[in-house]
Design a binder for this molecule. Structure first.
Ligand SMILES: NC(=O)c1ccc[n+]([C@@H]2O[C@H](COP(=O)([O-])OP(=O)(O)OC[C@H]3O[C@@H](n4cnc5c(N)ncnc54)[C@H](OP(=O)(O)O)[C@@H]3O)[C@@H](O)[C@H]2O)c1
Length: 328
């Protein structure tokens, strides 16, 4: 049987790079979309095993339909991973400017970009689309139950996201809702996966994605940190899950993908027991953010995940190598 051809959007990003690596290792022909072909930020992709024969990079922007269609044409499946992931919530001295920024830089590419990808998939007769959403599309809102396990039936409250200017969560919720709705309306087979905080080693060498800044911040210390709950999944387990929901015929609608739940103070204690010589935060303020997610639906498909210790060690070693742990 001929090898399948699949497309990964935003191929140079943290999650997408691991997905490209996995797909190449399984013998898929991969079309990867990037915005600036020739840039050194994609050099790691060309070095992946099998890339010279089976990886083709396409210049495509999510907001340019024709560029997306060229990358997707001839593909059996599309993994829509690309999305703007801002690293901080910008303070708001000039609301109109900030809203403009988030509309243009975050919401448009996430929402309109996803519709463009789906429309192109329909036109190119793609068999299945896996959309990478986030638990941000599931659990953000004032009325989340603390006494129940959160599963795929929950959605973030978009009005609340708008009011609190949580534009990233707003964009992921709106994009995922529209993606599943698009599938229902047109018959396109769309499955979404909602990961929590993604940690693990980085493959890219000249860019650092937002979630890979979380542990370095803890290791560098600082005065006071909120003792927030962290829901964590390893990037290698996430890409296994993404491939699983593509390959398992029976997969449908949404899948939460989260492996570990830990308070920040306990995470720091765990890191300290492995790496005692970093600085670490000295104080924590308590916050009431208890929620429990279930990845049971994904586990029923056969998903397995590694230990938190393995993820932490491999992350820290990778950050060391990339020079992310030097004190400023
Ligand atoms: N990391 C996490 O903790 C986490 C958690 C939950 C969900 N997710 C989701 O997982 C996905 C990947 O996240 P990541 O952490 O791997 O982020 P990342 O490293 O920042 O990658 C994001 C990618 O999106 C691409 N992109 C952004 N705007 C684009 C546009 N207008 N047109 C084309 N491509 C565009 C970027 O492409 P260029 O290379 O061209 O700049 C980049 O490759 C996102 O959908 C994110 O919402 C991530």
């Amino acid at each position: 049987m001929a090898a399948k051809t699949v497309c990964v959007t935003g191929a140079g990003g943290f999650v997408a790079s691991w997905l490209v690596k996995l797909l190449l290792s399984k013998g898929y022909n991969v079309h990867g979309t990037v915005r600036q072909p020739g840039s050194e930020k994609y050099e790691h992709l060309q070095k992946l095993e099998g890339a010279s024969e089976n990886l083709t990079l396409f210049k495509a922007d999510l907001l340019n339909y024709d560029s997306i269609l060229s990358a997707i044409a001839g593909c059996d499946a599309v993994f829509h991973v690309a999305s703007p992931v801002p690293s901080t919530i910008v303070p708001n001295p000039q609301a109109s400017l900030i809203s403009y920024f988030f509309n243009v830089e975050v919401i448009e590419p996430a929402v309109k970009g996803t519709t463009n990808v789906l429309q192109a998939c329909l036109e190119a007769k793609v068999q299945r689309v896996v959309y990478v959403s986030s638990v941000s599309a599931i659990c953000v809102g004032p009325n989340m139950p603390k006494d129940k396990v959160i599963d795929e039936s929950y959605w973030s409250d978009k009005d609340y996201c708008r009011k609190t200017q949580n534009w990233y969560c707003y964009s992921k919720t709106e994009a995922e809702e529209q993606a599943l709705e698009f599938g229902k309306r047109t018959g396109l087979d769309v499955v979404s996966i909602c990961p929590s905080l993604v940690l693990g080693p980085i493959l890219q060498s000249t860019t650092v994605n937002a979630s890979s800044l979380v542990l370095p911040k803890l290791l560098k210390g600082g005065d006071s940190f909120e003792n927030k709950i962290r829901w964590i999944v390893d990037v290698r387990d996430l890409v296994d899950a993404i491939l699983l929901v593509y390959e398992k015929h029976e997969a449908e609608r949404r899948y939460i993908c989260s492996a570990h739940t830990i308070k920040t103070r306990d995470l720091v204690e765990k890191l300290k027991s492995i790496y005692p010589s970093y600085k670490y935060p000295s104080n924590f303020t308590e916050v009431d953010d208890y929620l429990q997610f279930s990845s049971e639906k994904l586990e029923r498909l056969g998903w397995k995940y590694r230990s938190l210790e393995e993820t932490l060690i491999d992350s820290v070693e990778s950050y060391r190598e990339a020079g992310l742990l030097q004190l400023e």
